[in-house]
Design a protein around this ligand. Sequence first.
Ligand code: MG
Length: 407
Amino acid sequence: MKLQSFPTIASMLLSFAATSLAAPFVGPTFYGDAPDEHHPWAVHDGNRPQPTIVVPGTFSTQEQPGKPPSDAVILFDGTDLSKWEADSGEGVPTKWIIKNGAMECVPGSGFIRTRDKFGDFQLHVEWAAPTRVEGDSQGRGNSGVFLMGLVEIQVLDNYMNPTYADGMAGAIYGQNPPLANALRPPGEFQVYDIVFRRPIYRNGELVDAGYVTIFENGVLVQDHGLIEGPTGHMRRTKAVPFPEAGPLKLQDHGNPVRYRNIWYRPLPPRAIEGGTDGPLTTEATTAKRQELAMAIRQDAQKLENPANPLPQMLRLAESLQYAEDAVTLQKVQQMAAQYVDALDQLPADKLGPKKDEARHVRDVFNYLTRFKVLSASFEPKLKLEQLIKNQNWDKRPDGKQKRKASE
Ligand code: MG
C-alpha cells in the first residue's frame, strides 16, 4: 500500500475534532482490507479503540520489591493484610504474619485468601522458601498459589531437591509439570507472572477452555497450559464448571513460606463473553459493525455543511463499509454526484488546486468498489476517473502513469 491513500493531516484533524466515538481517530480510513464476517474492523482501522495507557512498573531485586504497573490492583504491598482473610470463613482474620515487608505462613493456621474475587487475570506473586532448609521432596518450602481458589500453581523449594515433576514449583499441581526448573536457592525471592483464563461454562457445558501461562523468574514454565479442572492430590482431575470469579488463595502446607508484592490486572473479556479481540462469530461481528456504522452516521450529522459537503459525504461513505443502509447509500450517491458535477464545472484555475482532494475521493470510491460497498458502475466514480484522466493528474513528472493507490 502506498502512503498516498492515508488521509491528509487536515482530514484526520477534522475527523478527530468531529468524532463522537469513544476513541479519537488516530489512523487511516479507506486503507486496509475492509471489515468482513468475522472482523468488525478493517485492517489498520482508525475507528478501532486505542488500547488503555498503562504506566509500567519496575522489576524487583532481592532487596526490594518492584513497583506494580499503574492499573494493577494491589493485593499485598508489604504493609498490611486488609485485603486478606482466613480461608475458614468470611471476615475471619488470618493468623499469617507480616515480617520485613513480606507475609509469612504460620504453619497450622490454614490457607489465606483474598476478600476480592476475580476471574481472568494477570497475576504477579513473589515468594521465598525458608532460608533454613528442612525436609525433602514435597516437604520442603511447600505452599501454593490457588487461582480462583481452585487451581494450584505449586510453590515448592525444589532447588536441588528432586520431587515428582507435576508437583514442582510452577506446575499446575498434578496436571502439568513446569517446562523448566528455574528456581533460585531457598531464601531468595522467586517471581511468578501468571496469565490465567478460567474455563467458561454455560448450563454446565464447557464453552471456552481455561489456560494458564506462567513465567517463573522470567522463564516460561507453562505455555498456555490447559486447565483440566480444579487441581488435587493423587486423584485424576475431573472437569467441573467454574464460577466467574473466585478468591486468590495461598496454601499453608506447614512451611513458613513468605510472600510479597502481590498484584493483579483483570483481563478483557474473551469473544465468547462479548469481547472484541480476535475473530468473532458472524452474529457478534454483525452487531459490532452495526454499532460502528450507527456511531459514524451520528457523527456525520455534525459535519453538515452546504459550503463544504465533502467531509460529511466521506464520513457517511465510511459508515457503509461497516453496515449497509439504503438511505445512507442514496445520500452518498447524491452527494458524490453533486461533488463531481461541481468539480467538473470549475474553471481551470480553481480546478487545479483540487487535484489531491479529487484523487483522494477517487481512491475512496475505488476502495468502496473493491469491497463491494459501491457498485463498479457507480457513476460519480466513473466521471471522476475521467476527469482525473483528462487533467493528467495521475501522470508523474517522468510521464509514467501512477499506479492507483487502492489496487
Ligand atoms: Mg503446595
